[in-house]
Write a protein that binds this ligand. Structure first.
Ligand code: ADP
Ligand code: NG1
Ligand code: MG
Length: 447
C-alpha cells in the first residue's frame, strides 16, 4: 500500500467525516484487461486476462446490526441503505448498489449464516465504468470479500471467484466468470490463463519486449442495461443445442459450446467444420429454431432463453459459433507462443492473433462499435503490433500490444489522432490512454 498511502488516508478522512467514526478495514478488488479470448468464458473456454492497477476500494466498519449502508465518493452514485437479511436485486435495474448487493447475496447464500453482520462502507473506484475493464465485477468482488470478512467466514480465492462468477447473474448479465476469477486470482507481474470447470489459473509470461496500452473509445456500454450481451449468450446456447441434437445427443442437457466439444471428442478445427455443416449463414428465426429442436415457443423459453431475450425473434448461429471456436483456438495459440512452444517472431504472431481476434469480434460477433473500430485502426497505424477491443465491447476500450521501444511514439500518435481533436475526449485523456502492467488480486487491509 506504500504508493497509494495518500489515497487510503484520504478515504479514511472522508469516511470519518461522513460517519463520525473510524473505519476498521479497507477492501480492494482490481479491474482487468482481457488480452485475448473474448465472449468465450460463458461458453466454457479459457481466457487470458491480467489485473490492472485501477480498482474499487471499500473503506469499511462493521455494524452491530444487520444494516448495510453504502455511500460513494462519486456523488453521481446515490447513498443506499438496506437490511442484509432482506436483499432485493431487480434484473432490469442496474443501479450501482445492486452490483454490491450481488456480491453480498452470493456470499450469504454460500455461508448460510443466521443473523448476518451488516457494514457501513464508503465506495471509491478508479476503473472507467462501462468500458470493458470490468468495473462491475470489481464492485461485486469487493462487496463479496467485505461480506466474508464482516461475517468471519473463510473462503479461498477460488471459492470467492466461483461464487462471484455466478452471483453477477442476479443483476441479469449471464457472464462466464473471467472478470471475477482474475480479480481474485491475479498475481502481480503476470497475465493468467483462466480455465473453467473446474476453475483454475496458470501464470502466462508475456515476452518482456511487449507493453500493453489501454485506450478508451469513450463510448460507454452498460452491459446490464441492454439485452445485447445475453442475446450472444443465448445464440451460443442455441448453436450448442442444435448441433447436439443433430449428433443425437440429449440436447437439453448441453448448454455450452465447450461441453459439446467434450462430448463429441472433436478438435476445435473439427468443431468449426461441424458449424459449417450444420448451420446456414443467414440468421435463424425463432420459428425455425423451434422446428429444429422440436419444441414450442414456450418450451424454448425454459430450455434456452433468459428473461431479457424472450422477445428476440432472430438469432445468428453460424457466425457466433464460428467466432467462439476460432477465438478459443487463438487463446491456446497465444499461450503456446508465450510459453515458447511455437517458434520464431513471437511478438508479431501474438499481435496477429490479437488483430484476428478483433476482426472476429467485429465481423462475426458484432460486438464492436464504429468508434472503437476507428480507435483500433488508429492504434494499428500508430505502431501497435496488435490491437483489439477488450471486454464485452459495444464501446469501451481497446488493448494494444506495443514494443517497449515504440511506446512513447505510439502514445503520442494515438493521443493526437483519437483524443486531441475532440474536446470531450481530450479532457479525459489521463484516465483514457495508459500503459498497464499486470497487477495483484483482491485483498483486505486491516487498520
Ligand atoms: P464494465 O464492467 O465493463 O465496467 P458494466 O456495464 O458491466 O461495465 O458495469 C458498469 C456499472 O458498474 C456502472 O454503470 C455502475 O453501476 C457500476 N460501477 C462501476 N464503477 C463504479 C463505482 N466506482 N462506483 C459505483 N458503481 C460503479
Ligand atoms: P465486461 O466487459 O467487464 O462487462 C463481460 C463479461 C465477461 C466476458 C466478457 C467478454 C460479466 C460480468 N462479464 O465483461 O464474463 O464474457 O464480457 O469476453 O458478465
Ligand atoms: Mg461488467
Amino acid at each position: 500500500m506504500t504508493d497509494s498511502t495518500t489515497m487510503y488516508e484520504n478515504l479514511r478522512s472522508q469516511f470519518t467525516a461522513k460517519f463520525n467514526k473510524e473505519p476498521e478495514y479497507f477492501v480492494r478488488a482490481p479491474g482487468r484487461v482481457n488480452l485475448i479470448g473474448e465472449h468465450i468464458d460463458y461458453c466454457g473456454y479459457s481466457v487470458l486476462p491480467m489485473a490492472i492497477e485501477q480498482d474499487v476500494v471499500f473503506t469499511v466498519t462493521n455494524n452491530a446490526t444487520s444494516k448495510i449502508l453504502l455511500t460513494n465518493t462519486n456523488s453521481q452514485y446515490k447513498d443506499f441503505e438496506c437490511d442484509i437479511n432482506n436483499l432485493n436485486i431487480p434484473k432490469d435495474d442496474p443501479q450501482w448498489y445492486n452490483y454490491a448487493l450481488c456480491g453480498i447475496k452470493g456470499i450469504l447464500e454460500h455461508i448460510k449464516k443466521d443473523n448476518s453482520t451488516g457494514f457501513t462502507c464508503l465506495v471509491d473506484g478508479t476503473i472507467p465504468p462501462s468500458a470493458g475493464l470490468s468495473s462491475s465485477s470489481a464492485l461485486v468482488c469487493c462487496a463479496a470479500l467485505t461480506t466474508m470478512y464482516a461475517n468471519k467466514a473463510s473462503l479461498t480465492k477460488k471459492d470467492l471467484a466461483d461464487i462471484c462468477a455466478h452471483c453477477e447473474h442476479y443483476i441479469g448479465t449471464e457472464g462466464g466468470g473471467m472478470d471475477q476469477a482474475i480479480s481474485f486470482m491475479a498475481k502481480q507481474g503476470t497475465a493468467k490463463l483462466i480455465e473453467f470447470n473446474p476453475l483454475r489459473s496458470t501464470d502466462v509470461e508475456i515476452p518482456c519486449e511487449a507493453v500493453f496500452v489501454i485506450s478508451n473509445s469513450c463510448v460507454q456500454a452498460n452491459k446490464a442495461a441492454t439485452s445485447s450481451f445475453n442475446i450472444r449468450v443465448v445464440e451460443c446456447r442455441l448453436a450448442t443445442q442444435i448441433m447436439a441434437k443433430s449428433k443425437g445427443l440429449e440436447w437439453r442437457e448441453v448448454k455450452k459450446l465447450a461441453d459439446l466439444q467434450l462430448k463429441l471428442k472433436l478438435s476445435l478445427e473439427q468443431m468449426l467444420d461441424l458449424v459449417q455443416q450444420t448451420f446456414h449463414k443467414e440468421p435463424y428465426t425463432k420459428t425455425e429454431i423451434c422446428e429444429l429442436l422440436g419444441v414450442t415457443n414456450e418450451e424454448l423459453a425454459t430450455t434456452s432463453l433468459s428473461q431479457n431475450t424472450l422477445d428476440v425473434e432472430v438469432f445468428k448461429l453460424y457466425d457466433r459459433a464460428s467466432h467462439v471456436y476460432s477465438e478459443a483456438n487463438r487463446v491456446l495459440q497465444f499461450k503456446m507462443l508465450c510459453d515458447g512452444l511455437l517458434q520464431d517472431k513471437t511478438i508479431s504472431k501474438l499481435g496477429e492473433l490479437m488483430n484476428t481476434s478483433h476482426n472476429s469480434c467485429r465481423d462475426l460477433y458484432e460486438c464492436s462499435h464504429p468508434e472503437l473500430d476507428n480507435l483500433v485502426e488508429i492504434c494499428r497505424k500508430s505502431g501497435a503490433v496488435g490491437s483489439r477491443l477488450t471486454g464485452a465491447g459495444w464501446g469501451g476500450c481497446a488493448v494494444s500490444m506495443v514494443k517497449a521501444g515504440d511506446a512513447v511514439s505510439f502514445l503520442a500518435k494515438v493521443r493526437d489522432q483519437y483524443y486531441k481533436p475532440h474536446e470531450d475526449r481530450a479532457q479525459k485523456i489521463l484516465t483514457s490512454l495508459f500503459a498497464s502492467e499486470p497487477g495483484p488480486g483482491a485483498a483486505i487491509y486491516t487498520l
